[in-house]
Design a protein around this ligand. Structure first.
Ligand SMILES: [Fe+2]
Ligand SMILES: [Fe+2]
Length: 353
């Protein structure tokens, strides 16, 4: 990923430190101060899930565990000071999510877990970007949608893959069965991330992972950061499983609308990406809910509540991001943050936050 533009004092400090050689005396001294900068950013935040400075900093630190960031030494991934900053931000984010989503009393059999997850999705009345895309979005709004989605879709499945070595038995087998399809059954051009990249190229967009990061608001970064946070912590294995289950449950029907929308706008490669998900996720949602999530609740009851927490987080964060994009579009505005060129033209005061 290219180095993003910082969005506040924490991002400024973080990127300045990460550009140094890890372990050098200067970097070590400045990295120690980063923990204070992270605590200060959390303290002044009016809501971590939509905090531009915090979510971008967390996204950068998480990126070090994926494909890395240009000009930043890979050793920062496991540098103790960088990890400390990541954990300060992640803990604050998790605490906010736990405060914002309702707690569930999970049932104890796989079928009952599946039924409860499907009921949770059916009860959800969050805003639907898929319906908007299907019938009303302009070509420009569809291109914005692809960019907003790209931070996840161009590495689709990777954040949930962290969970594989943390599971066993039926839940692990279920997760792997799903991931095999997400990764194209071993064929590079059929990987869902590759199908999405083709859709971006067709729309004239940069298909490198993280290429759109500067244009993507915090609420969308939060959606990706949440999965990575769940995936990177064994303690949160229930949440990453619940998250994937809800992703699958809420994918098939919206994908049908999205495919229709992209076809209407004559973007067949993007439509093909969503066509693929109509059928695949109708199968995945069953495996995910019953075998993976239901299996985990039986095999590892200590994390049963977190399965439902992870599932709730999907609906909560999706509603936040979708609601923000829809209200921008309804107002005739862009759902993206201003580009560097626009900011330079209009001055930083009008930067979309
Ligand atoms: Fe997929
Ligand atoms: Fe899927």
């Amino acid at each position: 990923m290219r180095q993003p533009q910082p969005r506040g004092p924490l991002g400024e400090d973080l990127l300045a430190v990460l550009r140094e050689r890890p372990g050098s005396p200067d970097a070590r001294r400045r990295a120690e101060d980063l923990a204070d900068a992270a605590r200060a950013a959390v303290a002044r935040s009016e809501g971590i899930s939509t905090d531009e400075d915090v979510q971008l900093a967390l996204f950068v630190l998480h990126a070090l565990a994926y494909q890395g960031v240009e000009g930043i030494d890979d050793r920062w991934e496991t540098d103790p000071d960088a990890l400390r900053v990541r954990e300060i931000l992640a803990e604050a984010f998790e605490a906010q999510l736990r405060a914002e989503v309702p707690a569930d009393t999970p049932p104890r059999t796989p079928q009952a877990v599946a039924d409860a997850l499907f009921a949770m999705a059916a009860d959800d009345d969050g805003p639907s970007l898929a319906r908007f895309l299907s019938g009303r979005a302009t070509a420009e709004q569809a291109r914005e949608f692809l960019q907003l989605k790209s931070l996840y879709q161009l590495m689709e499945a990777d954040p949930h893959t962290w969970a594989i070595p943390r599971l066993a038995g039926r839940s692990k087998a279920g997760l792997i069965e799903i991931q095999i399809d997400e990764y194209g059954g071993g064929s590079a051009h059929r990987m869902h991330s590759a199908l999405f990249a083709a859709g971006m190229r067709e729309a004239g967009l940069d298909d490198t992972w993280g290429g759109a990061v500067d244009r993507v608001p915090a609420a969308w970064l939060a959606g990706v950061n949440a999965i990575t946070m769940f995936g990177l912590h064994r303690r949160l294995r229930g949440a990453v499983v619940g998250h994937l289950a809800m992703y699958e449950i809420t994918s098939s029907v919206p994908s049908r609308f999205l495919a229709r929308g992209f076809r209407r706008l004559e973007l067949p490669a993007a439509a093909a990406f969503y066509d693929e998900h109509v059928e695949a996720d109708a199968a995945h949602e069953q495996i995910a809910a019953r075998d993976m999530a239901g299996g985990l609740v039986v095999e590892d009851p200590a994390v049963a509540e977190d399965v439902f927490f992870g599932a709730r987080c999907v609906l909560h964060l999706d509603a936040l991001a979708a609601g923000q994009a829809l209200s921008r579009w309804e107002a005739g505005e862009s759902a993206l943050r201003a580009s560097a060129a626009e900011t330079a033209r209009r001055g930083p005061a009008e930067l979309v936050s």
